[in-house]
Design a binder for this molecule. Structure first.
Ligand code: CUA
Length: 317
């Protein structure tokens, strides 16, 4: 049903399979309201003018009309039928959106105070950014970590709440390559209005490549810059300082190229291989004086991420 698409005014870009459905129904209700507004207000205004009390006229008592069966049936039955059409039409679209097809690309979404975490099928994680393949059906399996949040993508015409302690889901097929804004539409505290994310729809092959290698460096961005960003995004900063102060793990400051005593009494030279191993398999060599509590980042960091973190650690003289 695409006939009314261009008739739905004030709508944002339509960028999913669901957008035309919403726009058609919205357009139908909008123009129906315009027609009935004119039908009701037009004659009303005309009568007010035509039968106004003119200069020199006396006020006449109006004739007492009790009812008019034909007229009453007309103004009851027509709106009733129109409401039934709208209800059935809306229910039809709602059901189609409520049941995801079997062949979807599933992505986990967590809403928290105040941001969005996305997890792809292969374990790739993203924060406040979601890369999607164009023309592939996507299903979001979502939950809230603390309070209720609500995931809303105006360009896709989809929205669903994320209550803590259970999963809700949304599905859609992105149409066209481009960027789209995500909003949280459930008041969730101080940072609610800043709880934003960006959806980046890419061609299928670009998406597959992105899953493999990650986001390429931006213009002017160096590996060190990327490493610094990852250091905070991936939470390294909670255990490793960059100013030499002691936290749960050894500080990164000045460790590169120097010997590091290990828990088993041996010593290792901090080089690229040691950093790589410590990120992917942290228990292999534990620094002396620290507990073996670091989790593995296998799967959540790509090759370039490892290179970037290494470059950043190297730069902390
Ligand atoms: Cu999350 Cu509002």
């Amino acid at each position: 049903m695409n006939i009314l698409l261009q008739w739905a005014p004030f709508m944002p870009t339509a960028a999913s399979h669901n957008a035309p459905n919403v726009d058609n129904l919205y357009g139908f209700i909008f123009w129906l309201s315009v027609v009935f507004f004119i039908l009701v207000i037009g004659p009303g205004a005309w009568f007010v003018y035509k039968y106004r009390l003119k200069k020199g006229e006396e006020h006449q008592p109006t004739p007492r009309i009790t009812h008019h069966l034909g007229l009453e049936l007309t103004w009851s039955v027509i709106p009733l039928l129109l409401c039934v059409v709208i209800a059935v039409w809306g229910f039809w679209d709602f059901m189609a959106l409520g049941v995801a097809p079997a062949d979807t690309e599933d992505i986990f979404v967590t809403g928290y105070k105040w941001g969005w975490r996305f997890e792809h099928r292969d374990g790739t994680k993203e924060l406040n950014e979601l890369h999607l393949p164009e023309g592939k059906k996507v299903k979001l399996v979502m939950t809230g970590e603390d309070v209720i949040h609500s995931f809303f993508v105006p360009d896709f015409r989809v929205k669903a709440d994320l209550p803590p302690g259970r999963y809700t889901s949304l599905w859609f097929e992105p149409i066209g390559v481009g960027e789209h804004q995500v909003f949280c539409t459930e008041y969730c505290g101080d940072g609610h209005s800043g709880m934003l994310a960006k959806i980046i729809v890419m061609p299928k092959d670009k998406y597959a490549e992105w899953l493999r290698v990650g986001t390429p460096l931006g213009p002017g961005e160096t590996l060190e810059d990327r490493g610094k960003k990852l250091y905070s995004d991936k939470g390294c900063l909670t255990c490793h300082s960059v100013d030499g102060s002691r936290l749960t793990g050894p500080s990164f400051k000045g460790i590169f190229g120097n010997p590091q005593p290990l828990a088993d009494g041996a010593s290792v030279n901090v080089d690229e291989n040691f950093i790589r191993e410590s990120i992917l398999n942290p228990q292999a060599k534990v620094a002396q004086g620290y507990s073996p509590i670091m989790p593995s980042y296998q799967g959540s960091l790509k090759e370039m991420d490892l290179n970037a973190l290494t470059a950043y650690i190297k730069s902390l003289k």
